[in-house]
Design a protein around this ligand. Structure first.
Ligand SMILES: Cc1cc2nc3c(=O)[nH]c(=O)nc-3n(C[C@H](O)[C@H](O)[C@H](O)COP(=O)(O)O)c2cc1C
Length: 155
């Protein structure tokens, strides 16, 4: 591919069957994992977490995307329970989530921890989610229910 083609790689520290297990247990281990990818030409690291606000390592509040950016200098995407009270494993177990504030997300983004934010479930239940955020219509945001996994919601 050409130089102007952005390569994004999705990364996860955990497995759905063992989400307390991490591939990298220290920043040094994460560096050894991610820097070869950065050197090979990956442009953006998409760092999957269950809850974006959880620190990746002790001693700093940086999340996975925050550490990935700090260690590689590459742009990063954060994801995981943005705008929702419960995580996506709970959704598959039938638990509902309510809309939550984006203040912690914007605090981290304004600090430069990551460059982009991905959302999963909010868009499945509400295709207007981004538009509502942009227009500050936070009172109109919807939560996520197990029924939303079984239906296609269109604007
Ligand atoms: C119905 C559904 C299907 C998903 N399928 C995939 C998938 O195939 N590959 C993947 O990497 N993540 C998948 N995910 C995880 C999402 O990409 C995302 O990481 C997760 O939903 C957390 O974001 P959220 O809290 O905004 O929903 C899926 C999530 C949902 C709800």
């Amino acid at each position: 591919m050409g130089e102007d083609f952005a390569v994004i790689i999705r990364l996860s520290q955990f497995k759905p069957s063992a989400y307390d297990t991490k591939l990298a247990n220290t920043p040094q281990e994460m560096e050894a994992w991610l820097n070869p990818l950065a050197d090979a030409g990956v442009d953006i690291l998409h760092c999957s977490q269950r809850r974006f606000w959880e620190p990746e390592f002790e001693g700093s509040d940086l999340n996975f995307a925050g550490w990935a950016k700090k260690l590689t200098g590459k742009a990063t995407i954060t994801v995981g329970s943005v705008g929702l009270s419960g995580d996506f494993f709970g959704a598959f177990a039938g638990q509902s989530s309510d809309p939550t504030s984006l203040d912690e997300l914007t605090r981290r983004m304004d600090r430069g921890d990551f460059d982009l934010v991905a959302v999963g479930r909010p868009l499945l239940s509400d295709p207007s989610w981004v538009k509502k955020i942009k227009e500050n219509r936070t009172g109109e945001l919807k939560g996520f229910s197990k029924e939303a996994l079984g239906e296609l919601v269109l604007d």
